[in-house]
Unconditional design. Sequence first.
Length: 710
Amino acid sequence: MAEMLFKTKGNGSPNGKARVYFTCHPDDFNLYFEQVCEYIFKSQNCAVYYTADMSAVIDETDKVTDLESNNLFIVPVTFKLLSTPNRAMDDDIRFALEKHIPVLPLMMESGIDAIYSRPDKFGELQYLSPLSTDTTEVSFDEKMKKYLESVLVSDEMAKRVRAAFDAYIFLSYRKKDRKYANQLMRIIHSKPECRDIAIWYDEFLTPGESFRENIDKILADSKLFTLLVTPNLLEDHNFVMDNEYPAAVKSGINIIPAEMEETDKSVLAEKYTNLPEISNPFDDEAFRSRLVDAFSSLAIKSNDDDPEHNFLIGLAYLDGIDVEVNRERALELITKAADAELPEAMEKLFNMYHDGISVQLNYNTATEWAQKLYDYYAKNYGDTDVNSLRYLNDLSNCYHEAGQYHKALEMCEKAYKLSATILGEEHPSTLTSLSNLASLYADIGNHDKSIELGEKAYKLRATILGEEHPSTLTSLSNLASLYADIGNYDKSIELGEKAYKLSATILGDEHPDTLASLHNLACSYANIGNHDKSIELGEKAYKLSATILGDEHPDTLLSLSNIAIEYNILERYAEALPILEKLYPLRLKLMGEAHPDTLKSLNNLASTYERVGDKQHELAARKKLYELRAKVLGEEHPDTLKSLNNLAYTYGNIGNYEKYLELYKKYYGLHKKILGEEHPDTLKSLNNLAITYERVGDKQHELAARKKLY
């Protein structure tokens, strides 16, 4: 049985807080749990729930009570998570996606995107990555903060939601009966008269001091005490019997017992004095009659057509604020409020469909709500209103994400012109629109216009904010990338050098942004064929990365790999070999033998052994690489076929033509199966097979192959 635990900011109570569920591969818990909690608590005062044993099975009943009530699932993504059987990937994440609970994957390793995006894994679900070294994009912390704010309700909003309920009732039950508690809440709220009634339950009460301090106030604020009846209530000295029920009787509150499981009435009457008549919730008419009688004076009918009220009650059901989670009802209420043109509701739906929050992610629907938001503010407040401008930018971003670049460009052009008119050319928001416009022109292939606007954005920021401001450095890095896109590597390097030097001066050599700039600059020199300079900068980046991040950090290993690649390009194989011999065991240790980055290192190592003439080690490496790729990717994957081809050639190079022929026959057969007999790659394989027959002296098969080829 999986024991559910929680962690909060400052070790406070989880009561009333938004719920985040953390799950992962069992081997990843110690690596990432505290780190992920730190990311979350930077911007959110929520409760992070997790199981004590990440491999323990969660009972189906507990999934409904423990998992479905969470506002967000968060999971660190690693190769182990994606490639080995585990509860997190095979059960928890699947459950969340089926229930439309938001899932936030955090990419903690590089090189696994191809596996991540498979339909049986995360598919098209977007992830956030704390590993990104791209200095031109929004920081991970900012992306994380924005996402969490769009998913988790704030303390201030929770207060508004609680104030919107018509009334509160108190639900008393044994912890053993949690499955019935959730079921009873749904029965109660299925009655139209009860929809806007909130429920106090055990999340808000803890045996001991907090109970004594709060029970009188909670009962005073409640209009009804509902007692969930099962045989578990008959056990002596339970909390309901000794504390909750006596306090309810003393307060004089109306009590309705609800029998969820057949219970001995005579024993119950002995243990719970003055107990009113017991109703069976499954006897719909009888229970409904008592509920309607109890709630008729509590319901505020005028609220039913109030858009703000419907929106807030919708949020309550969406996030489980003092009611059970009911996402279908939440969507219905929020949409009703949005259709009545309540801006808050329209914005919520935009975020829900844009980020896949409790609904299927849908950029087209998100775009529709962004359009409605813009139209609403433009109609009521004019084009020059700050909110009109904000949603015009959101509309442009939505079209961009949906791949409609020309439509995105149209919206962005309009947003930029309005921003320049309203706020001025030099306002930060105008400059952001200008930068976005430059990127969009690059996306549609108009690089001249893109560079023109990128230059303008950089010069304005440099003039207004100064050369050393972070936003100016971002514009400079963006401009360097734009020049690289059109193949003007000299200009790209000139700007990249400037960005790196300024970053080093302002932030210091060891700052992550400086390190990222240095790494990018090394790659830029490689692009123009200046491999000596690329190696020089790469070695500097590697040493700094090893000092700052550690010898085994993925970024450090990436720098090491790039250096080896550059040495190989320069045919300095003797210098590349010891680097690769160092790199491969490190990746093997950290990521396992089947990880794509490990296999890439093994492939580079095998090729380098070939270059230096070490046939024995080359053969061992190529055999291992082929076997692993066949196991992980399958016999028919293009990378596996490349490995099979290379292994065959290695046998040929050492004079083992029988093994060469055996593998090449297999290679040709797979090509024929996958691509068909007439595909150019299949014909090339057949030609090579004919040559192989010739080498082994098999004239008959050689002739047959050449005739077929002809």
